[in-house]
Design a protein around this ligand. Structure first.
Ligand code: ADP
Ligand code: TYD
Length: 216
């Protein structure tokens, strides 16, 4: 496990349904953290590794796979994301970076619990949770009607999980997982249905507190 106890760098995960504004907020938070003196490494899941590329082929309908196989691929992709010797998250944290990831294990709890038991998904990700729990999970809450509208403006193709009915189910699974893991995870919920600047200000208030807490 990465020993971050004597360092002030953080590990922050962004969560939310497709189109909720995660990548926009990753950029804004990274800027705020850099201005506050952090070295920032921003990353995402599915990753760009061979496993992540396989997942993207499935989402873009070039390859077919069962939902349970997809859940398993994400477990492997996440372990590589953590453990990769050159650019893994644990390595980056050891080097002193504050790491922000666009999606982590809560995404699995929400997206895969639509098709299989949430217990199984949590168990399958137990090693990742043991290796590294986020200092903060930021969940951007958003109704799928609005996120779908946003996505339709910027995209020509619809990916596997990007339907209104599915995103409604995913949102309810996010809320269920948050309720369930409230005592063991640090979770901040922010309302994504505001301007990017308003959401970023809300998030920065929470993260700044955490950064100060870590330094004292
Ligand atoms: P995600 O990474 O969660 O899929 P993005 O950050 O890519 O979401 O945002 C999806 C789309 O919505 C983009 O076109 C982005 O410019 C736009 N967007 C992001 N945040 C907001 C916001 N707060 N209000 C309106 N549009 C937004
Ligand atoms: P992403 O590229 O983050 O999509 P978006 O920017 O639209 O939010 O993620 C691609 C898809 O991967 C998204 O539909 C959510 C899904 N996903 C899972 O199903 N399980 C997971 O564990 C993760 C990390 C993502």
């Amino acid at each position: 496990m990465a020993d971050k106890t004597t360092k002030n760098n953080l590990f922050i995960a962004f969560e939310g349904i497709d189109g909720s504004g995660k990548s926009t907020q990753v950029k804004l938070l990274a800027e705020n953290l850099k201005n506050a003196g952090h070295q920032v490494y921003a990353t995402f899941e599915p990753t760009n590794s061979p496993i992540g590329s396989m997942i993207r082929s499935i989402f873009s309908h070039q390859m077919e796979a069962d939902h349970r196989t997809i859940a398993g691929l994400f477990v492997a992709d996440r372990l590589d994301h953590l453990l990769n010797k050159t650019h893994g998250i644990l390595k980056k944290l050891e080097e002193g970076y504050t790491v922000i990831t666009d999606r982590y294990y809560f995404s699995s709890y929400a997206y895969h619990a639509v098709h299989m038991s949430m217990d199984w998904v949590i168990q399958a990700n137990a090693l990742s949770a043991e290796l590294l729990r986020p200092d903060l999970n930021i969940y951007i809450d958003m109704v799928p009607e609005i996120s779908m509208e946003r996505l339709s403006k910027g995209r020509s193709a619809i990916e596997l999980y990007e339907t209104l009915d599915n995103l409604r189910l995913v949102r309810s699974k996010y809320l269920e997982a948050i309720e369930r893991l409230r005592s063991e995870e640090h979770i901040f919920i922010t309302d994504g249905n505001r301007s990017p600047e308003q959401v970023a200000t809300d998030i920065w208030q929470e993260v700044a507190q955490l950064a100060v807490g870590k330094m004292s």
